[in-house]
Design a binder for this molecule. Structure first.
Ligand code: HEM
Length: 519
């Protein structure tokens, strides 16, 4: 009752925002609607760079895309704004302790240990593997479909398989999919990896109760609690997680044995991220040493972070390339003028490819509308530009109570006309030259050319350079071999959780006309 009474008024009441749609769930249904583009547009364009939303049982939430406020949340004062405890709990329950399921110093430890695996030096070694997977996909998944002339192919299905194989081969040194012509992927591990996130997102109503289960003192009690909750999605999740974690345990222990015995050399044979973590772990001491459980959790977390985000990005790249034929030709001309297999430096240096990828990821971030944080203490949010309160008073800062949910509005930040200019909503690769766009850079904290696609600060995407290389390698291989055109006009982009997915009639697919050029 006290909580409810407190929620009758809030320090955030003076922040402008859309009216509360429901007494019980506020604006949540509008916000989480997979097709809620009009509502997102309203939030981006109507109220200012910080917007008040109504959450569950009258809670006030903030939707933020003001650059100074984002810099404070993600960088300067990041310890005051942590990942949502519910998400941390769910991830910890699923995979154990790792980069996604820890906060504060524990999280910093995981980040420090994993960073070398994502260094440019290590990524250089992975580029040939990205080409190898892309070429296998070209020959096994696309070429046979377009062998008898131009054909509509569902590229979404193909990109889901490719993105898992990319991270399988380069992340854990494991092939999920031989990608042979005419063969569907049947690997059970691949199926379980793909199902985990959609299943977990069906449990969102259970989120507030998760800390009770995760913090239960013994694993057996935790398991018993999960077994008695009468929710089929929770049981399915338990089975999927058991399978994925069991498989990761086996992979880690086999690889550990092979590396310790000298049977496998990380320098010569196994250049994947997991092998590198295991090798570094063998000589790591004290605080920098990972337990077997932590290694297993890190492996599973890397796979789940890399798969859906990458396939969403690939879908968008080719959807846009098919919609803009002149840009596709310009890309192809640049790619054909370069050698067929590029090393890391040559691949990142192709200027138009770089501008195209940057612009697609800016205008259409795969994670949208955004991510979440929660305030750990009462705090004050700085602003780049004052906002006018509901009562007409200008505000230069906002006092935010402890426990407030903050929406890191990734898409709105990338569309912000005050940063990117009046043409912010237009698709213009030419706005990028030499990796920089003509935009206001004050207070910007995104790690990727001022866009917030991979966010910024201590929890930004550790795999962003990895992801750019796989996207660019695939664009090079596919645009050399095929022309993409005439996307099905019924394609609509919808949200699945926080990820953008192309759909027709609520089924994920991306039918595009593919014509074979040469291989
Ligand atoms: C286009 C593709 C990708 C996008 C748009 C993307 C975006 C993001 C974003 C927005 C976050 C921050 C999440 C948060 O604040 O809670 C994140 C975190 C993370 N990403 Fe990515 N990501 C992509 C690809 C990848 C790939 C390929 C990998 C691994 C190979 C990866 C590994 C991670 C990890 C491990 C984290 C957690 C970092 C931490 O908590 O310190 N991501 N990613």
């Amino acid at each position: 009752l006290r909580t409810l009474l407190r929620r009758l008024s809030s320090a955030l009441d003076n922040i402008p925002g859309p009216p509360r749609k429901s007494l019980l769930i506020g604006n949540l249904a509008q916000y989480h609607d997979p097709d809620g583009w009009e509502f997102q547009k309203e939030l981006e364009e109507t109220y200012g760079q910080v917007v008040k939303l109504h959450g569950l049982f009258g809670a006030r939430e903030l939707y933020v895309f003001d650059p100074a406020a984002l810099q404070s949340i993600l960088v300067k004062d990041q310890d005051l704004y942590e990942e949502m405890p519910e998400i941390i709990s769910l991830t910890k329950m699923m995979f154990g302790p790792g980069i996604f399921s820890t906060t504060g110093d524990d999280h910093r430890k995981f980040r420090k240990i994993m960073q070398p695996a994502f260094s440019t030096n290590n990524l250089r070694e992975l580029v040939p593997k990205f080409y190898e997977v892309a070429e296998r996909a070209r020959d096994g998944l696309v070429a046979p479909g377009a062998a008898d002339g131009p054909r509509m192919l569902d590229l979404n299905h193909i990109f889901c398989r490719i993105s898992l194989e990319f991270i399988g081969r380069t992340g854990i040194g494991y092939s999920f999919d031989p990608m042979l012509p005419g063969q569907e992927q049947t690997n059970q591990y691949a199926h379980a990896v793909r199902e985990i996130l959609p299943t977990a997102s069906r449990l969102s109503l259970l989120m507030p109760l998760l800390p009770l289960i995760v913090d239960a003192p013994f694993p057996s009690l935790r398991r018993a609690m999960i077994n008695v909750v009468p929710l089929p999605a929770l049981r399915t999740l338990r089975n999927l997680v058991d399978f994925v974690v069991g498989k990761a345990q086996k992979l880690v222990s086999d690889r550990k044995a092979a590396i310790s015995s000298g049977e496998l050399s990380v320098e010569d044979d196994a250049k994947d991220i997991m092998s590198l973590l295991i090798k570094n772990n063998l000589s790591a001491d004290g605080a920098m040493h990972l337990t077997d459980d932590e290694l297993v959790a890190s492996t599973s977390m890397i796979i789940s972070a890399a798969t859906d985000t990458t396939s969403s990005a690939l879908n968008r790249m080719f959807h846009i390339a098919a919609q803009y034929p002149e840009m596709q030709e310009k890309l192809r001309a640049e790619i054909l003028a370069a050698p067929e297999h590029l090393d890391h430096d040559a691949l990142v240096a192709l200027p138009y490819l770089d501008a195209f990828v940057r612009e697609v990821l800016r205008l259409f971030p795969p994670i949208a509308p955004g991510m979440f944080r929660k305030t750990c203490e009462d705090t004050v949010l700085p602003l780049s530009a004052p906002i006018v309160g509901v009562d007409g008073t200008p505000m230069n800062t906002i006092s935010v109570p402890k426990g407030t949910l903050i929406h890191i509005a990734i898409a709105a930040a990338n569309h912000n006309k005050q940063v990117w200019g009046a043409d912010a909503l237009e698709f213009k690769p030419e706005r990028w030259t030499g990796g920089k766009a003509d935009c206001v850079t004050t207070n910007m904290c995104g790690i990727y050319g001022n866009s917030m696609t991979f966010i910024g600060g201590g929890r930004s995407c550790i795999g962003f350079k990895f992801s750019l290389l796989e996207i660019k390698a695939l664009l090079c291989v596919f645009l050399r071999a095929f022309k993409f055109s005439t996307p099905d006009p019924r394609i609509k982009w919808r949200r699945a959780g926080v990820i953008q997915i192309p759909n027709i009639d609520k089924q994920s697919q991306l039918p595009i006309l593919v014509e074979r050029l040469k291989i």
